[in-house]
Design a protein around this ligand. Sequence first.
Ligand SMILES: [Zn+2]
Length: 229
Amino acid sequence: MNRAGRIVLAVTVLGAFWFCSGLFPPHLIPPPVKNAKTQKPMVALTFDDGPSEYTPKILKVLKKEHVHATFFVVGEEVNEFPALVRQAADEGNEVEDHSWTHPHLVWHGPHFIRTELETTRDAITKATGVRPHFFRPPYGQYHLGIMEIAHSLGLTTVLWSVTGYDWLEPGVARIVQNVTRGLAPGAIILLHDAGGNREQTVEALEQIIPLVEQREFQFVLLRDLFQNS
Ligand SMILES: [Zn+2]
């Protein structure tokens, strides 16, 4: 590239940066949360992509172990299984927004993104009577525009700090190891109650809960994790 080309490129990049920073003033957009800043031995269990036929099995384990979790649900599945979502909430769990169709939001425009988040938020509110407070972008993919839209809908964008990689179905022992290896105060653990065969996740959960509690970590809801940090 010649000198003039480099100057044009630099001006274009700086211009794009300036334009975007004007559209999304940083003070309006909290960065996505990967974990809570706390020294207290608290962690949050989160389940993505449900509800599905595996959700009752997950709920059964949680109930048996007296543990509450946070479910990031897909709106069209909420539409399909509203009773499961209601059951999760009635049993003391949080139900939060994971978009309507689980798309790659970064490939779409603002109107589409807003509709995905808003319709899911409203479906959750209708099914549970509780308005969601958190949003997790599908595939963990986000940009400032997505976060700004979530923020404008009253949703804090939350990612995760520990994943069981259960969607790869790597075997129960490996899922357990993936989760317990990454434990730290304020950790947000990602597992899935849908999106494929989740028998391994259910079985792993039965082992994960006592192992985590043996290490004197307490499972709390996301809102409590942040309130106590
Ligand atoms: Zn997902």
